[in-house]
Design a binder for this molecule. Structure first.
Ligand code: ATP
Length: 416
């Protein structure tokens, strides 16, 4: 049973410093006769007793002004976004996003909404799901009071993801991806009508810009187990909207798990997850996916390289390759593209070669420079480059180790 007032829950779950800042913010807002609320995911996670140090705060007043006054009393780093009338205050592993309570209307489906200042009631109505549409008042006289107009608490208890109205996915189809993400992260289920609406509105994903879709994918890849979201998206016919040839089956789950193992102590990068998701596409399907997500050049390059390596893996299954052969096959490609192939390939031989390349061969350098060769009497011109390459090759294959070895080899070439 949840407490009627969440004040003690706040004190227990949030770090002391953050609680202090919230108190101060509440006092400042109160002195200006404005109401201040903790909203969205932080309230949801407070009720679920899950850690969440990225707080969203809404004021029925000027958010930037409040944020400025707050950092005068509680010095912290602040960034303001006057175009959105929001501010972000950050501290040690926590952040506070302050916004002015607003209502939103959608000029057309998928477009960014038109925003007008409003009350907390209308601000909550613009939100995606009931579990994200609760607020806790932070003014001193109402501190800890839960505002739950859409029965978010009941849905938390029943483990349901429910939209606030039937047009929700039409207004903003990114909520389709968000819904799947919360469902899988929390182990909840889409409520029956919400599921019906979601299936009906899958075509509305076409109204969303590539930047916003890419952002959703970034959020999915930041989840602990993105594969669960992708599997569910596949099952419901949402994944096909990224590319019709993508699948979110057990193969992907195993590969994502391996990616996490290999990335410890970090999480896999966006590029690595995406390279694995796109791994079984053909190069031309990959190009289409890359374009449809408007990927940054470096990410697009990694995805492209990952499929290129895949099409050339056959050459790396020959157990008789020399280190310089392996180097030649792989040195054009980024580490992430190679790691994706280490994870994805079924060939232990190719895997071993790629690991050797990543951990050792790519760092091997010969000692002599072009200037050294000239000083030894090699004439300037293309020959220098060729000789340096041969020296590098000899070093990779262990035919030379020291500077003297290299000089000996150069002299031999000069004589012959
Ligand atoms: P997470 O734990 O994934 O960070 P969050 O709930 O904090 O979850 P944010 O993306 O930070 O999610 O958004 C903060 C809040 O803003 C959400 O809880 C929700 O109330 C609202 N929100 C965000 N995106 C949308 C959207 N597309 N449509 C409606 N409301 C949204």
């Amino acid at each position: 049973m949840l407490p009627a007032n969440l004040a003690s829950r706040i004190e227990h779950q949030l770090p002391v410093k953050l609680v202090e800042i919230i108190h101060t913010a509440g006092r400042i807002a109160n002195s200006q006769h404005q109401n201040l609320y903790l909203v969205g995911g932080a309230v949801r996670d407070l009720l679920l007793e899950k850690p969440n140090l990225d707080l969203d705060i809404v004021v029925e007043g000027n958010a930037i002004e409040l944020a400025r006054q707050l950092t005068e009393v509680e010095p912290s780093s602040i960034i303001t976004y006057p175009q959105f009338n929001t501010a972000k205050i950050t501290g040690n592993r926590w952040s506070l996003d302050l916004a002015t309570a607003r209502s939103e209307s959608y000029p057309q489906p998928g477009a960014l909404p038109t925003v007008t200042p409003s009350s907390i009631e209308t601000d909550l109505f613009r939100r995606d799901f009931t579990i994200n549409a609760m607020a806790i008042c932070l003014n001193p006289d109402r501190y800890g009071e839960l505002i739950d107009r859409y029965r978010g608490q009941d849905d938390l208890k029943d483990k349901l993801i429910r939209v606030l109205h039937d047009n929700s996915f039409v207004d903003d189809a990114t909520r389709i991806w968000r819904g799947l993400r919360y469902e899988q992260r929390l182990g909840f289920q889409l409520e029956a009508n919400t599921l019906k609406l979601l299936l009906r509105d899958i075509p509305m994903l076409d109204t969303i810009s590539k930047e916003r879709i890419r952002y959703e994918l970034e959020c999915i890849f930041s989840e602990e187990q993105p594969e669960k979201v992708l599997r569910r998206a596949d099952e419901l016919g949402v994944l096909t909207k990224l590319h019709p040839a993508l699948t979110g089956n057990g193969w992907l789950a195993a590969k994502f798990m391996a990616a996490r193992q290999l990335s410890i102590p970090n999480s896999p990068s966006f590029s690595l997850y995406l390279a694995l998701l796109a791994y079984r596409l053909t190069p031309s399907q990959c190009e289409i996916l890359t374009l449809s997500l408007g990927l940054a050049k470096s990410v697009a390059q990694t995805i492209r390289q990952s499929t290129t390596i895949k099409t050339r893996l056959e050459a790396l299954t020959n157990p008789k390759l020399s280190p310089s052969d392996v180097y030649r096959q792989l040195h054009h490609y980024s580490a992430t593209a190679i790691i994706a192939n280490i994870i994805a390939t079924d060939s232990p031989v190719a895997q071993q070669y790629m690991e050797t390349f990543l951990h050792h061969l790519r760092y091997v350098k010969s000692i002599l420079s072009g200037d050294d060769l000239i000083a030894m009497g090699v004439p300037q011109g293309p020959q220098i480059k060729q000789l340096l390459e041969q020296l590098h090759q000899a070093k990779l294959d262990g035919r030379v180790t020291t500077r003297q070895d290299e000089e000996k080899l150069v002299k031999k070439w000069l004589i012959s």
